[in-house]
Design a protein around this ligand. Structure first.
Ligand SMILES: NC(=O)c1ccc[n+]([C@@H]2O[C@H](COP(=O)([O-])OP(=O)(O)OC[C@H]3O[C@@H](n4cnc5c(N)ncnc54)[C@H](O)[C@@H]3O)[C@@H](O)[C@H]2O)c1
Length: 290
C-alpha cells in the first residue's frame, strides 16, 4: 500500500500524517525508500517493538507455520529432520517448536551472530547445499529470495516437503520448480506434489506462499493483539507528534513498548513486582556496588 501511494496515488500524500509498518521485510523496504529519499511521510516501524518481533514473529510464526504444514500434509514431525532457513525471530520460533515436536533441527544462516545463536541453542548449523540432502521438511523464514533454489530441490530426498513462512512466494524458487517438474498433482488441499523426469518427487505447501496463512489461520489472536496494540498506539503517536515528524522511519519510544507488555500481562492476569525506591537508587548510581 505504501508503494502504491508513493507511485500511483501520490496526490494522497499531503493529507497523510504517517503510517505504521508491521512486517520485517516491509520495514527493510521503507528504510531503503528513506535512504533513496523516496519516502514522503513518517512511518513507524512497529515490527521493531519488542512486543512485536519477539512475540508475534517468534511465538506466532513458530506455532502457526507448523500448524499450516501439519494441516496441509498431516505429517508427523517427531523423528523428521527439519531444516529452518533463517534464524531470525521467526526462524527461532519455527526451530524451537519443531524441536518440541521431536524433530531434529538443522539451521542455515548467512549472518554469523544468528548462526552462532542457533549453534548455542543446540541446533546443527550447516550450509544449505549440505542440509538440502538430508532434510525431510524445509521451512524458509528469511525475507530473502531464492534461498531454496532448483539445484537444492534436485539434491533433496524424494518426498521432501517445502514450505515458506517468510515474506513472498519467491523464497523457494517455485517458478523454476514449475518449469522443471515433469508433472504436478494436488494431493491434498494446499499440498502439491511435483514429480521430476527421474521419478523423484517433492511436496510444496500452499504454492510457496506463507504456509501459516495459506494452509492455516495465521497467528492466534492472542499474539496478534500485541502487534495490533502496537499499530494502534503507533497511530496515536503519529497524531500526537505529527508536527515534529519527518519523512523517516521511526521506532516507538520504549515506554510505549513497555506499556503494551503491561497491558498484555494484565489481560493474562499476571502481576509482577515493582522496584523499591532503594533498588531504583541502587540501579541508577555508580557509588554503591562497584
Ligand atoms: N509468516 C508470518 O506470519 C510472518 C510473521 C512475521 C514475519 N514474517 C516474515 O518472515 C521473514 C523473517 O522475519 P524475521 O522477523 O525472522 O526476520 P529477521 O530479519 O529477524 O530474520 C531473517 C533471518 O534470515 C537470514 N537470512 C537471510 N538470507 C538468508 C539466506 N539466504 N539463507 C539463510 N538465512 C538467511 C538473516 O540473516 C536473518 O537472520 C520476513 O520476511 C518477515 O516479514 C512472516
Amino acid at each position: 500500500m505504501v508503494t502504491l501511494i508513493h507511485t500511483e496515488y501520490a496526490d494522497l500524500i499531503p493529507n497523510i500524517i504517517g503510517g505504521c509498518e508491521e512486517t520485517t521485510t516491509g520495514i527493510i523496504r521503507l528504510k531503503a525508500m528513506e535512504k533513496d529519499k523516496a519516502l514522503k511521510c513518517p512511518m513507524i516501524a512497529v515490527n521493531d517493538n519488542k512486543t512485536k518481533h519477539l512475540m508475534d514473529n517468534y511465538y506466532g510464526t513458530g506455532q502457526s507455520t507448523l500448524d499450516g504444514i501439519i494441516r496441509a500434509s498431516n505429517i508427523l514431525f517427531a523423528g523428521k529432520t527439519v531444516v529452518v532457513l533463517g534464524y531470525g525471530s521467526c526462524g527461532k520460533g519455527v526451530a524451537l517448536r519443531s524441536k518440541g515436536l521431536g524433530a531434529n533441527v538443522i539451521v542455515t544462516e548467512v549472518d554469523n551472530f544468528c548462526a552462532l545463536q542457533a549453534k548455542m541453542d543446540g541446533f546443527v548449523v550447516m550450509k544449505m547445499e549440505f542440509a538440502a540432502k538430508i532434510g525431510d521438511i524445509f521451512v524458509t523464514v528469511t525475507g530473502n529470495k531464492h534461498v531454496i533454489t532448483l539445484d537444492h530441490i534436485k539434491s533433496m530426498k524424494s518426498g521432501a516437503i517445502l514450505a515458506n513462512s517468510g515474506h513472498f512466494d519467491n523464497e523457494i524458487d517455485v517458478k523454476s520448480l514449475e518449469k522443471q517438474a515433469k508433472s504436478k498433482r494436488r494431493v491434498r488441499s494446499y499440498f502439491d506434489e511435483y514429480v521430476f523426469e527421474n521419478g523423484k518427487y517433492v511436496y510444496l505447501v500452499g504454492e510457496g506462499r506463507l504456509a501459516n496463512l495459506a494452509a492455516a489461520e495465521g497467528h492466534p489472536s492472542e499474539v496478534m493483539s500485541l502487534s495490533f496494540c502496537g499499530q494502534a498506539l503507533a497511530c496515536e503517536y503519529l497524531v500526537k507528534n505529527k508536527s515534529n515528524l519527518l519523512a523517516k522511519v521511526y521506532t516507538l519510544p520504549p515506554e510505549i513498548d513497555d506499556y503494551i507488555s503491561a497491558l498484555q500481562l494484565t489481560a493474562m492476569e499476571v502481576s509482577i513486582d515493582e522496584l523499591t525506591e532503594e533498588q531504583k537508587k541502587y540501579l541508577s548510581s555508580w557509588q554503591e556496588g562497584t
